[in-house]
Design a protein around this ligand. Structure first.
Ligand code: NAD
Length: 388
């Protein structure tokens, strides 16, 4: 008897079986402040997802930041770096403690010695910052309700290793008479623009299939090249609608009509600024995940996943932090690094369900909201894990 299952369905079934057999190695670096609390909740949710979908997550914790300095004398201990190198991705909390940071030299401080070092070590060139404001949290957004439409849902894709922040020459010259000349150089090559454009188009294909490329082609040589290359790369993605927008207009449109955006593609400095502007629309730092991607090997991409916020020492150790940013970062990891799209969607849906059920950590709580109940970090994690 011939096999009546269509080829595409058989391939999908085979992929599910392969996912089931697969083990993914994850370095979990919680760091300082609220890092441990929110990481514990992300791991709780990942374990629930693992159980439901059948793949195996080999999650190994290691100290970083002040936890690394206290354990091994360095913000990025050698053993932590070695663990990262043999892992498939890094799930990161956050590092740095404002009380302790000034007590050691700048280059040894956690953000520089651990965070920037890891970004460099793993060639993380693409930064993905989704901002999603569910309609039920409209009170947490600084924009008037009528500008929020049915909810804001934007992905900012930022090039992370080129442009003005790294271009040479970069220096300050003494030009005499007590005056100085400061020079920064904005530089991009075709391959650098191509690789980030591919990331952005692929992300758009998984979303609402619209890409807004941000540049300053009316003034900058870099902008002209950026626009040409992005347009050319776009020919490979006929299902994605591409539009170009000058950065000044982009900044304004984010405030006037954020619902027009799906994916925004930016060079390094424009992305730095616009991703923070977009983040403000998300209501709370505690809701915002991020991914920084490096090279792709076969169908796995090395990635570094972290919440947009810092160590929040003001609320650390009190079961007050919102774990959603860390939990959504872990969902991004499943999708971007391992291609486990269904599992990632299950986590994202569970977050939506927990919010719709009225669970609110302090940062998104509004006493005037009917049905909202104030919960702690671990209760929010429990609610999300139960909904996966
Ligand atoms: P922060 O993001 O830690 O805190 C800013 C405000 O947002 C605080 O009021 C905090 O309570 C709140 N907040 C942040 N995350 C939250 C969450 N998950 N739930 C609820 N509220 C949350 O920024 P900061 O105070 O400027 O910095 C504190 C430390 O974190 C500093 O040492 C800084 O260098 C470090 N930092 C680290 C990273 C990182 O590791 N990537 C990023 C930013 C800041």
């Amino acid at each position: 008897m011939s096999n009546k299952i269509p080829l595409s369905r058989r391939a999908k079934k085979l992929n599910c079986v392969l996912d089931f057999m697969k083990t993914y190695n994850i370095a979990a670096l919680a760091g300082d402040g609220i890092g441990n609390e929110v990481m514990a909740e992300a791991i709780k949710v990942l374990r629930a997802t693992e159980k439901k979908f059948g793949f195996t997550l080999n999650i190994t914790a290691a100290p970083v930041g002040w936890a690394g300095i206290d354990a091994a004398g360095k913000a990025l201990p050698d053993a932590t770096l070695a663990l990262c190198k043999k892992s498939d991705s890094i799930l990161f909390g956050s590092v740095g403690l404002p009380d302790r940071d000034p007590t050691i030299p700048k280059e040894e401080r956690p953000e520089r010695a651990a965070l920037l070092r890891l970004r460099k070590e793993f060639g993380l060139f693409a930064n993905l910052r989704p901002v999603k404001l569910p309609k039920v949290l409209s009170h947490a957004c600084p924009l008037a309700k009528e500008r929020q439409g049915d909810g804001i849902d934007i992905l900012v894709v930022r090039e992370l290793t080129g442009g003005m922040y790294f271009g040479q020459p970069k220096k300050t010259e003494d030009i005499g008479g007590g005056n100085f000349r400061a020079i920064d150089t904005m530089v991009y090559t075709t391959p650098e623009i191509e690789r980030i454009a591919h990331v952005a188009f692929k992300a758009a294909q998984l979303r609402r299939k619209k890409l807004t490329s941000i540049d300053k082609a009316n003034v900058l040589e870099n902008g002209i090249l950026w626009r040409e290359v992005v347009t050319r790369v776009g020919k490979n993605y006929p299902d994605v609608v591409l539009e170009h927008m000058f950065v000044d207009n982009g900044a304004m449109q984010l405030m006037l009509k954020p619902t027009q955006f799906d994916v925004m593609l930016c060079e390094n400095m424009f992305g730095d600024i616009l991703s923070d502007e977009a983040a403000a629309l998300g209501g709370s730092l505690g809701m915002l995940p991020s991914a920084s991607l490096g090279a792709t090997n076969g169908n796995q991409t090395f990635g570094f996943y972290e919440p947009a916020g810092g160590t929040a020492p003001d609320i650390a150790g009190k079961n007050l932090a919102n774990p959603i940013a860390q939990i959504l970062s872990s969902a991004m990891m499943l999708r971007q690094s391992f291609g486990l799209n269904d599992a990632a969607a299950a986590i994202e849906n569970a977050v939506t369900k927990a919010i719709e059920a009225g669970n609110r950590t302090g940062d998104i709580f509004n006493a005037a909201e009917t049905g909202a109940k104030r919960v702690g970090t671990s209760q929010m994690g429990d609610a999300i894990a139960a909904g996966v």
